[in-house]
Design a protein around this ligand. Structure first.
Ligand code: PXG
Length: 439
C-alpha cells in the first residue's frame, strides 16, 4: 500500500475477519458503472452489484443529481407528525411496483429494520383484530433476515444466532430449508423436487396451533446462504397453508426486490403473493440507505381503529422516509423504468444461466445454482479449512479483475442490470480461469 493509506485499526468491520483483512487489505477508492477502482488504480468488475444493492451500477448521473438537489432543498424533515411530499410520492411509486393488493408502505433505513418492522406489524395486526395470542413467528433454516433481534430470531444461519440466544424472541420456530444436493445439484433455475417440504408448516401448525402463529417469513430465494432457489410449487404451498390458517406470509425481498429476478419482485416472478413484502438495498440503488415494508391494504385498514387522533402503530425511526433517501429512491425507480432495466435483468438472466452452468466440471465445483440475475458456485471445502478455497478464489479474482463475494465456500454473483452480455460472459470466463488456478 502507498504511504497515504489510512490507519486501519479503529474501524471494527462488519461480518469480516478483521485481523486477516488488516494484514491483507483490499481498499476501494472509486466506482463507476459496473466497476470499482481499487486503491492501486486497478479496475475490478462488481460481480455482486455492491452487496446486491447497486443494480444500476455506480455513479448513475440522475441519482447523483437528485441527491445533490435534495440536500440543498430539504436535507431533513421529520416524518413523525409532519411529512414532506417525496415520501408520499415514493410510497405510491413502490406500491405501484408491488403486487395488486399490497399498497401501504412503511419506511426504514435498512433491511434489518424492515424485517423487524414487518414482524411487529404482523403481531400488531393480529392484536388489533382480537387475536392477541398470535405471537409466534415461523422462519426457516439457513435464512438471513438481517441482524436485528427479530431478524436473528427468525433467521436460520447458526453463526449469526449463536452468541445472541438470550436476546432472541421466545416464540419462534423454523421450517426446514429446501436444499438437498442429492436431489437438485446443478439444477437450472427452480429445482423440480421439494414442493412437499412446505408441508412441514402443517406440522408446525399442528404442534403450536394456528391460534398462536402470527406470521411465516421467508426469502423467496435465499440469497446470503448461497442462492438457494425455491422448488417449483413450494412457495405456492406455503401460501395455501398460511391462508387456510389465517397466518400472514411475509416475503423478505431485500435481495430479490426491484428486478433481481427479472420481475419487479420475486412475488410476481414466482406468481405467489405474500401479505407483506420487505425491501431495502436496490430501492435507492444503494446510494442512500433505505428499507421498508409494503403491506396488504387490509392489514393497514385493520390497524386504523379507535379515535382519529390515536397513534395506530407505536413504531418508527428518526430517519423513516428521509428526504434524501426518498429522492434517491424516486430517481432509482425513474431510471429502472426509463431504461426498462427489469426486462434487461430478465434477458441477462439467460446469459448468466448458460454461462454459470458451463462451469460444471471445473475444478472444485460441487454445485451451481441460479435464478434471475443471481447465481452461486459452490466449491468443495479444503480438508480442515472451510472457507479457505473460496477465499483464495476471491484473492485471485481481484488479481484477475473481479470483485467476487464468498461466504464459506460458495461464490455468489449478481451483476448489475446495466452489464452487457459480454461483461457477463467475461466474468464467467475469468472465474473459470480463477477456478483452474486454485489448489
Ligand atoms: N434480509 C435479507 C434477505 C437480506 O439479504 C437483510 C435482510 C438485512 O439488510 P441490511 O440492510 O440490514 O443489511 C439482508 C441483507 C451477501 C450479503 O453477501 C447479504 C446481505 C447483506 C450483506 C451481504 O449475501 N443481505
Amino acid at each position: 500500500m502507498n504511504t497515504s493509506a489510512p490507519n486501519l485499526s479503529a474501524f471494527w468491520m462488519p461480518f469480516t475477519a478483521n485481523r486477516y483483512f488488516k494484514r491483507h487489505p483490499t481498499l476501494v477508492r472509486g466506482a463507476e458503472g459496473a466497476y470499482f477502482t481499487l486503491s492501486d488504480g486497478r479496475r475490478v468488475f462488481d460481480c455482486l452489484s455492491g452487496l446486491w444493492c447497486t443494480p444500476l451500477g455506480h455513479g448513475r448521473r440522475e441519482i447523483v443529481a437528485a441527491v445533490r438537489e435534495q440536500v440543498g432543498e430539504l436535507d431533513f424533515a421529520p416524518t413523525f407528525q409532519v411529512g414532506h411530499p417525496k415520501v408520499f410520492e415514493l410510497a405510491a411509486r413502490i406500491a405501484g411496483w408491488a403486487p395488486e393488493g399490497l399498497d401501504r408502505v412503511f419506511f426504514t433505513n435498512s433491511g434489518s429494520e424492515a424485517v423487524d418492522s414487518a414482524l411487529k406489524i404482523a403481531l400488531a395486526y393480529h392484536q388489533a383484530r382480537g387475536e392477541a395470542g398470535r405471537v409466534r413467528i415461523i422462519g426457516r433454516e439457513r435464512a438471513y433476515h438481517g441482524v436485528g433481534i427479530g431478524g436473528i430470531s427468525a433467521g436460520g444461519i447458526a453463526a449469526n444466532r449463536r452468541a445472541f440466544g438470550a436476546l432472541s424472541a421466545p416464540f419462534v420456530d423454523h421450517l426446514p430449508h429446501t436444499y438437498d444436493p442429492g436431489q437438485m445439484r446443478f439444477s437450472r433455475g427452480q429445482p423440480t423436487w421439494g414442493a412437499h417440504l412446505a408441508d412441514a408448516l402443517e406440522r408446525l401448525v399442528a404442534l403450536h396451533d394456528a391460534s398462536t402463529i402470527a406470521a411465516v417469513i421467508v426469502e423467496p430465494m435465499q440469497g446470503s446462504t448461497g442462492v438457494i432457489v425455491p422448488p417449483v410449487g413450494y412457495l405456492e404451498r406455503l401460501r395455501e397453508i398460511c391462508t387456510r390458517h389465517g397466518i400472514l406470509l411475509i416475503f423478505d425481498e431485500v435481495i430479490t426486490g426491484f428486478g433481481r429476478l427479472g420481475a419487479n419482485f420475486a412475488a410476481q416472478r414466482l406468481g405467489v403473493t405474500p401479505d407483506i413484502i420487505v425491501f431495502a438495498k436496490a430501492v435507492t440503488n444503494g446510494v442512500i440507505p433505505m428499507g421498508g415494508t409494503v403491506v396488504r391494504r387490509s392489514i393497514y385498514d385493520a390497524m386504523m381503529r379507535g379515535p382519529e387522533q390515536t397513534i395506530e402503530l407505536f413504531h418508527g425511526y428518526t430517519y423513516s422516509g428521509h428526504p434524501v433517501a426518498c429522492a434517491a429512491g424516486l430517481a432509482t425507480l425513474d431510471a429502472l423504468e426509463k431504461d426498462d432495466l427489469v426486462a434487461r435483468s430478465a434477458k441477462l438472466s439467460k446469459v448468466l444461466e448458460d454461462g454459470v452452468h458451463s462451469l460444471q466440471g471445473e475444478p472444485h465445483v460441487i454445485d451451481i445454482r441460479n435464478i434471475g440475475l443471481a447465481a452461486a458456485v459452490e466449491l468443495g471445502a479444503r480438508e480442515g479449512q472451510p472457507g479457505a478455497r473460496a477465499r483464495e478464489a476471491f484473492e485471485r479474482g481481484v488479481e484477475a479483475g473481479l470483485l467476487l463475494r464468498f461466504t464459506a465456500d460458495t461464490i455468489a454473483v449478481a451483476p448489475p442490470f446495466i452489464s452487457s452480455e459480454e461483461e457477463i460472459r467475461n466474468m464467467i470466463e475469468t472465474l473459470r480461469g480463477v477456478l483452474r488456478g486454485i489448489a
